[in-house]
Design a protein around this ligand. Structure first.
Ligand SMILES: [Zn+2]
Ligand SMILES: [Zn+2]
Ligand SMILES: [Zn+2]
Length: 138
């Protein structure tokens, strides 16, 4: 799992700053250890005494996606902290359709090869979602 120092250096590397707002929101997503919707995040932050409106949460999540720390799962409109620091391959999220657990697999990712960049240039920050049944639910 990514550390606070790594989070801050990711911001600095991309020329952005780690504002208290950005840090509170990413801390909350990191501590949940599972994928959350923007509304889930807002609710748990509210319980801790932070009041962020939903558009702020979306904006900050977009920031963390941009920086390469957070993945968005389009199928469920939820967000997950990246668990694979590699940038040379796709990020693959294995999603259990039974218990809804999402796991990022570097092993699976490493097997997929990227198209040649002069054939097709891939947008940054994309993930591949694969639906199936996890080990615990088999
Ligand atoms: Zn990732
Ligand atoms: Zn499962
Ligand atoms: Zn990897």
């Amino acid at each position: 799992m990514i550390t606070r120092t790594q989070l801050i250096s990711k911001c600095l590397d991309s020329g952005r700053s780690a504002t208290p707002q950005r840090m509170s929101i990413i801390d909350e997503l990191c501590s949940s250890r599972k994928n959350l919707s923007a509304y889930d995040l807002r609710d748990s932050l509210t319980n801790k005494g932070h009041s962020f409106n939903i558009s702020t949460i979306y904006r900050v999540l977009d920031f963390w996606i941009d920086v390469g720390v957070v993945h968005k799962l389009d199928s469920t409109n939820t967000y997950l902290v990246c668990n694979d620091s590699h940038t040379h391959h796709f990020h693959v999220l294995l999603q259990c359709t039974n218990c809804k657990t999402v796991e990022e697999s570097c092993q699976v990712s490493a097997k997929l090869s990227l198209p040649n960049s002069n054939e097709f240039s891939i947008k940054d920050g994309q993930v591949i979602e694969i639906d199936g049944i996890c080990k615990n639910c088999e």
